[in-house]
Design a protein around this ligand. Structure first.
Ligand code: ADP
Ligand code: ZN
Length: 533
């Protein structure tokens, strides 16, 4: 091990109290320490901060960290202080006295890390201050904000290209959690990172189950009911529900509260005290569920979030990825469910139409990516990772005949579309009445033949070709009907006798029939129709 390498490991242990580097960290840190401009793309939670914090302790001069998130910077500075590391924050929110004291500290050279918002860094007095000191490293956090192709473009970040030129000797480290190949190129161009090394960590989060399901319309009971049913399957689990608008957040959280779930709302329309309070209650587990707009989640450090439910369509896959990434940080199974209806694109397009030029094009393209993901017939993980320029190596090479074994094994599509519920009220009514009409005395094969209008001998002899349910199921194939039977058995609607596999209805099924209840099941029709001679 080289001297630098040994020092890195020692500092990791002594100053940060970690035993090993996370994937990518040591390569990124070595690259920065060697003075090479570096672009690091690591997923949220991947440990980006360490990539500038650790080198900062090894560099002679100052490390400037640019971040757009003032609140998060304060947290970082506090935790660095706790670890005995000299870090400071300079921003427009500081009062004059503190600002002056901090300036003096920077000048004296004891400070190793200086955190600033981009707009602070471009002020004259800041640049005067920095002119007199040695800057070793310029770290740009959330570097995707520089790109108009990113999901979070911030005009303030434009000034960074000029700032970069003020410190030609400093090595530049750009960090981000979300960067498509296009955004990566933008970052490198804008910051003038020439001959830079690029590290892209894997974006795969194998413990998150990815699912997109049709959003229930009114006649199916509505999306609120759909959420309620999902939550019933996730009792006492901690989760986040994302909605498009504040109004939707208020409505849904009120609805769920009436249904006795422990929920709180979160959006920019609430006072900052209220937001802080609700967020805190969620983090410490006093409430299970936060219903929120995109405003929620930046820097949330809660490892046991078990589900993220998207009530509305996100604007981009970047946004979606970041939001679902808040689930399952502890590595245990988590569920990302998106309720999809094409109609929701209208709300987003409404805002896109306000934009113009490259912003308009970019927003349109991002929305298209999101729609493609939702409408994909292939593995969701593959589509999602491909969006970030990552090729997903699935298990396909070792695929067995069982389709449930192929792909990522952790998305609705790879699990055979099992969890996409569709409205099967009508076919279920047909099947159940056919079983009743034949007096609950036959197996699935026979009942299905009746539905398909078969004239086989036994059916004619029993005069079942005279039943009103004879031949009313030709819209589906025999296999489709078997699938429905199987699903109804799993659902507890049908019972199979142990001897002759005779089908009969449970009380649930009878209730559902008499109430004309809507039945949603993960049915995947083959597209073929039946019909028998
Ligand atoms: P990011 O900015 O990439 O989202 P952070 O820098 O906030 O991630 O790090 C996420 C968490 O991982 C933090 O709690 C941090 O202390 C922890 N962490 C970072 N590096 C390591 C490491 N090498 N070993 C253990 N924990 C680490
Ligand atoms: Zn998959």
């Amino acid at each position: 091990m080289s001297k630098i390498n040994t020092d890195m490991h020692r500092i990791l242990k002594e100053r940060f109290n970690h035993d090993t580097f996370r994937p990518g960290q040591s390569d990124i840190i070595s690259s920065v320490l060697s003075g090479t401009d570096t672009l690091a793309v690591l997923p949220t939670g991947g440990g980006k901060s360490l990539c500038y914090q650790l080198p900062a302790l090894m560099f002679k001069g100052l490390t400037i960290v640019v971040s757009p998130l003032i609140a998060l910077m304060q947290d970082q500075v506090d935790s660095l202080h706790n670890a005995g590391i000299e870090a400071l924050l300079l921003n427009s929110a500081l009062d004059w006295d503190t600002y002056c004291v901090n300036m003096d500290l920077v000048r004296s050279g004891v400070v190793k890390l200086l955190f600033c918002a981009p707009e602070t860094l471009s002020t004259g007095r800041m640049q005067d201050l920095l002119a007199g000191i040695e800057v070793s490293c310029l770290a740009i956090d959330e570097a995707h904000c520089i790109s108009e192709w990113g999901h979070d473009f911030r005009p303030d970040y434009n000034s960074l290209s000029t700032i970069r030129n003020l410190f030609p000797k400093a090595v530049c480290l750009a960090l981000t959690a979300t960067a498509t190949p296009k955004v990566r190129k933008d970052i490198k161009d804008s910051l003038g990172l020439k001959n830079c090394t690029e590290f892209v960590g894997s974006f795969n989060r194998p413990n998150i189950f990815l699912e997109v399901t049709p959003k229930w319309r009114k006649k199916e009971g509505g999306a609120n009911l759909q959420v309620e049913q999902f939550l019933e399957e996730h009792m006492n689990e901690s989760g986040i529900i994302y909605c498009f608008s504040r109004k939707q957040v208020d409505e849904l959280s009120a609805y769920l509260k009436r249904k006795h779930f422990f929920v709180l709302p979160y959006h920019a329309g609430l006072s900052s005290e209220k937001r802080e309070k609700n967020q805190q209650k969620f983090i410490c587990g006093k409430v299970d569920i936060i219903v929120a707009t995109v405003a929620f989640g930046m820097g949330i450090n809660k490892s046991d979030v078990r589900f993220v439910l998207h009530y509305d369509l996100p604007k981009s896959l970047e946004q979606y990825y970041q939001e679902i990434g808040r689930a399952g940080r502890d590595g245990k199974p988590a569920h990302a469910l998106l309720l999809y209806t094409y109609a929701d694109t209208r709300k987003i397009n409404f805002f896109i139409d306000e934009k113009s030029g490259v912003e308009y094009d970019s927003a349109k393209e991002q929305l298209r990516g999101m729609i493609e993901y939702c409408e994909s017939k292939g593995c969701r993980r593959k589509v999602l990772l491909a969006h970030f320029g990552e090729k997903y190596e699935s298990y396909e090479s070792e695929t067995t005949k069982d389709s449930k074994q192929s792909g990522c094994r952790s998305c609705d599509i790879c699990m055979g579309g099992k969890s996409v519920n569709v409205d099967v009220t009508i076919p279920v009514q047909k099947l159940l009445s056919c079983i009743i009409r034949t007096n609950e005395r036959y197996g699935a094969g026979y009942v299905i033949d009746v539905l398909l209008g078969s004239r086989q001998k036994r059916i004619i002899e029993n005069k079942h070709n005279k039943l009103s349910t004879w031949g009313i199921g030709k819209e589906y194939s025999k296999d489709d009907w078997f699938q429905i039977v199987q699903l109804l058995i799993e659902e507890g609607f049908l019972r199979k006798s142990s001897d002759y596999n005779v089908l009969s209805l449970t009380q649930d099924a009878r209730d559902s029939l008499s109430e004309r209840a809507i039945v949603m099941l993960p049915f995947v029709p083959s597209g073929k129709t039946g019909g028998l001679k």
